[in-house]
Design a protein around this ligand. Structure first.
Ligand code: HEM
Length: 122
C-alpha cells in the first residue's frame, strides 16, 4: 500500500503544493491579513516538513505543537473555524491545481481537518 506521501508525488510535489497553497491564501482576503507580519518562506519550509510527516502518518504527538503554533493567532485575531475552513479551501485549490487525484485530495483534507480543534486551541 503506497503512503499518502507517495500518492501525492513525494517531496517535490508537496513543496510545490505548499508554495501554491500560500500564494492562494495570500490572495484570499478572508485570511491573508493573518500572515501580514510572518516570514512566509520560513513558514512554507515548516509547513512542507509538517505535511510530509502528516502524509507519512508520523505526526503523532504533534497536537500540542499545533496548539502552541497558533495560540497567539487565536488570541490576537480570534482565529476560528471560518478562517480554518477558508484555509482548507485554499489547500484544496492548490491540490487541484497540481492535478492530485480526488481520493488523495480528500484523504489529505481529512488529515488536516482532524487538527482543527488543536489549531483553534479548543
Ligand atoms: C490543519 C491546519 C494547519 C496546519 C497543519 C498548520 C501548520 C502550521 C505549522 C507547521 C506552523 C509552523 C509552526 C512553527 O513555528 O514551528 C504554522 C504556523 C502558522 N500558521 Fe498554521 N497550520 C494550520 C492552520 C492554520 C490556519 C487556519 C491559519 C490562519 C488562517 C494558520 C496560520 C498560521 C500562521 C500565521 C503561522 C505563523 C505563526 C507565527 O509565526 O507566529 N494556520 N502552522
Amino acid at each position: 500500500m503506497p503512503t499518502l506521501f507517495d500518492r501525492l508525488g513525494g517531496e517535490e510535489v508537496i513543496s510545490k503544493i505548499i508554495r501554491d497553497f500560500y500564494a492562494i491564501m495570500l490572495e484570499d482576503s478572508r485570511i491573508n491579513y493573518i500572515f501580514k507580519s510572518v516570514d512566509i518562506e520560513a513558514l512554507q519550509r515548516k509547513q512542507a516538513w509538517f505535511f510530509t510527516s502528516l502524509t507519512l502518518e508520523k505526526n503523532k504527538g504533534t497536537h500540542d505543537y499545533m496548539r502552541r503554533a497558533h495560540k497567539n493567532l487565536v488570541q490576537q485575531h480570534g482565529l476560528n473555524s471560518i478562517h480554518f475552513d477558508a484555509a482548507i479551501e485554499c489547500l484544496k485549490k492548490a491540490m487541484q491545481a497540481n492535478k492530485i487525484d480526488p481520493q488523495s485530495i480528500s484523504d489529505t483534507l481529512a488529515h488536516a481537518q482532524a487538527l482543527e480543534n488543536f489549531v483553534l486551541d479548543r
